[in-house]
Design a protein around this ligand. Structure first.
Ligand SMILES: Cc1ncc(COP(=O)(O)O)c(C=O)c1O
Length: 437
């Protein structure tokens, strides 16, 4: 593999380098770590077809848009921690704040004796709600934020049902797993332990599908037991499916008529990933509950369910009821979350995501790819064959590009690079993808 045809563009920042492979991945060091891992880690995940080459490497370092593996291979990271590294690896603002907070306080006592960092972050997030005056439940993971939202909806409406969508992914703990529409194999073994009042309707991938989806939404809501309508404003793991522009406003109206809460799962789409702070708000919708996670902590685990004040009041209506955990909203993650919000805003990264993402999408489409998305959340359809994205992803890894897959059959390539990525790296990727055809 040669990179000589991509002469390094001038003045690339540190962490914005083109790939450099010392050995074909996975190299000997990665293989050796992976043998140890395979022995100690429970065996889960997709089965590799017998004889197909390994496509996993072991990360050792990260900087900006680059990852170095244990063999010293340098990659361009277009997966960025499943979309969680909005600022890339090891951003100086995050590193600085992490150091400062580490010298002050690592753990507080949840809501009982909160840290100052937790109070400050909660105030910031309360203003993220389109009402400007929301209230917040902090968590550790996306699944945790979804669980908080589903509990809130059940408390507020008194209705146990959830309306969810085919292709959707909201996390794998039991609350969100019940609403998982992406892959039946993730749900089936546990189905008997899941909320039985979840009903699925198709996610509309285009205008032609919208009417049928809305009709099915109306039908399900008419049954009267749905308290939460849970939706990704753009399907993420489902393959970056962008719905027609009327979808979210129509859903909002129908949820309201049925006295159900609209829950926008912005764990992937939010905080600039799709080119705006909230994809639901840019679609013209004020959701009752908004779930944030992934990029919020700048690489540390933290999530939030941000709701309308009247809705959140449901937590105090009856006997004591709480949603919390030991490390939810821990001080280090609260500090890095504040630094993340500051940096996104100061460096105008949502705006950059929109501009750079539009140019990138256009570049891919002009090259003949079926590419879709918003901002720097891009899906590339690879013909519908099951596992097509796994094969292409393996070839891209061999050229120094880390990607992820999407869609129920892993038929789409999903790209969620840092919002700070240098454009020449995207161009180099597009060039490489053309060679994979
Ligand atoms: C849209 C969406 N919601 C929720 C989750 C779950 O987040 P976590 O893996 O942090 O539990 C994910 C994870 O990929 C996601 O993409």
């Amino acid at each position: 593999m040669s990179f000589s045809e991509f002469p390094p563009p001038p003045e690339l920042d540190p962490g914005q380098d083109l790939p450099h492979l010392r050995v074909p991945p996975p190299g000997p060091a990665s293989r050796s770590w992976l043998v140890r891992y395979a022995h100690a880690a429970a065996p889960m995940g997709p089965r590799r077809a017998p004889g197909s080459p390994a496509s996993t490497v072991v990360f050792a370092r990260g900087l900006g848009s680059n990852v170095i593996d244990v063999d010293g291979n340098r990659y361009v990271d277009l997966a960025a921690g499943f979309g969680s590294l909005l600022l890339g690896h090891d951003h100086p603002a995050i590193r600085r704040v992490l150091g400062l907070q580490a010298e002050r306080l690592w753990q507080a006592l949840g809501d009982v004796h909160p840290s100052d960092a937790r109070v400050a972050l909660t105030e910031r997030l309360a203003r993220v709600h389109p009402s400007g005056d929301g209230q917040v439940v902090l968590g550790q993971s996306g699944a945790d934020a979804i669980t908080a939202a589903l509990k809130t909806a059940a408390l507020f409406t008194g209705k146990p049902g959830v309306l969810a969508f085919s292709g959707a992914y909201h996390g794998l703990s039991y609350g969100p797993l019940a609403a998982l529409g992406l892959r039946e194999s993730y749900r089936a073994p546990f189905a008997a332990q899941l909320n039985p009042s979840v009903r699925f309707v198709p996610y509309p991938a285009n205008e032609a599908a919208l009417g049928d989806t809305l009709e099915r939404v109306r039908f399900e809501l008419a049954r009267g037991d749905i308290g939460a309508v849970l939706v990704e404003p753009i399907l993420g793991r489902g393959g970056c499916v962008v719905p027609p522009s009327a979808f979210l406003p129509e859903l909002r109206a129908r949820a309201e008529d049925a006295k159900a809460l609209l829950v926008a799962d912005e764990i992937w789409t939010g905080l600039g990933r799709t080119g705006s702070w909230l994809q639901s708000a840019s679609a013209g919708v004020e959701a009752d509950l908004i779930c944030l996670g992934k990029g919020l902590g700048g690489g540390l685990p933290i999530s939030a369910c941000v709701g309308r004040r009247e809705v959140m009041a449901a937590w105090s209506r009856d006997a004591e009821v709480v949603h919390t955990s030991t490390f939810a909203g821990a001080p280090l993650a609260c500090a890095t979350a504040i630094a993340t919000l500051d940096t996104l805003s100061r460096e105008q990264l949502p705006e950059r995501s929109q501009e750079v993402g539009a140019r990138f999408l256009d570049r891919l489409q002009r090259a003949g790819f079926v590419a879709r998305g918003a901002g720097l959340m891009v899906g590339i359809e690879l013909g519908g064959r099951s596992g097509a994205a796994v094969d292409v992803g393996r070839r891209l890894l061999g050229a120094g590009f880390l990607t992820s897959t999407g869609g129920g059959a892993r038929e789409a390539l999903v790209l969620t690079p840092p919002l700070t990525i240098a454009e020449p790296l995207l161009e180099a990727f597009a060039h490489e993808l053309e060679r994979c055809r």
